[in-house]
Design a protein around this ligand. Structure first.
Ligand SMILES: [Ca+2]
Ligand SMILES: [Ca+2]
Ligand SMILES: [Ca+2]
Ligand SMILES: [Ca+2]
Length: 199
């Protein structure tokens, strides 16, 4: 569901779209407010909800969108202030209504890369698991996952096991475990039952 609004400010036409891209409470879409701060600076604000996470995307043509490298969280979030010289600006506000207390380190799209790292370091989509930087080597590990964990895409391959826990990097990625931290293998308890017979 979308509800766009427009405003003309000093010859600059600014559009804002509020679009629901995730969540299960479409009846509680945040009411957006938009204002000019002068000198091509703008403030976007909305009515947030406790425990919810918000992402803001910006576009100049409604075709190419970029995430603002900042996370917004809860009812007392900080409004977004933006300066631009573009003749037209569009905003898209997305929210996730799954309650969380650690939105920056959560991984909403399940690609193994935390939300904040996606928007701040990689420029990938934190709400799209296929947006992970690709696999340019290729070694079965997404570039984004490798950069997050190893700082480079050439440090290790999918079959390597730098933490020595017997779980390859490819399996750590698939299982959502940390490739730099020893994960104890599952313990198989062998139960020995001895039957004796009294004569
Ligand atoms: Ca992610
Ligand atoms: Ca992603
Ligand atoms: Ca490992
Ligand atoms: Ca591990």
């Amino acid at each position: 569901m979308k509800f766009p609004f427009t405003a003309s400010i000093a010859g600059l036409t600014v559009f804002a779209l509020c679009e629901v891209t995730s969540g299960t409470s479409p009846t509680h879409e945040p009411l957006t407010q938009f204002e000019s701060l002068g000198s091509s600076s703008y403030r976007l604000d909305w009515n947030g909800a406790y425990g919810w996470t918000y992402f803001v995307q910006v576009s100049g043509d409604l075709s190419s969108w970029s995430y603002c490298p900042e996370m917004f969280y809860g009812e007392n979030h900080k409004p977004l202030e933006l300066t631009t010289t573009n003749s037209r600006v569009f905003f898209r506000l997305s929210y996730v209504d799954e309650p969380t207390t650690d939105p920056e380190n959560d991984d909403y799209d399940g690609d193994g890369i935390p939300n904040l790292f996606e928007i701040e370091e990689l420029g990938t989509d934190p709400l799209d698991g296929t947006s992970n930087g690709g696999d340019s080597e290729p070694d079965g590990l997404s570039d984004g996952w490798e950069i997050y964990h190893f700082g480079a895409i050439t440090a290790y391959d999918g079959t390597d096991d730098p933490d020595g826990d017997g779980i390859s990097n490819a399996d750590e990625l698939a299982g959502g475990t940390d490739p730099n931290s020893y994960d104890a293998p599952p313990t198989n308890h062998l139960k020995l039952v001895v039957h004796s017979q009294l004569r």
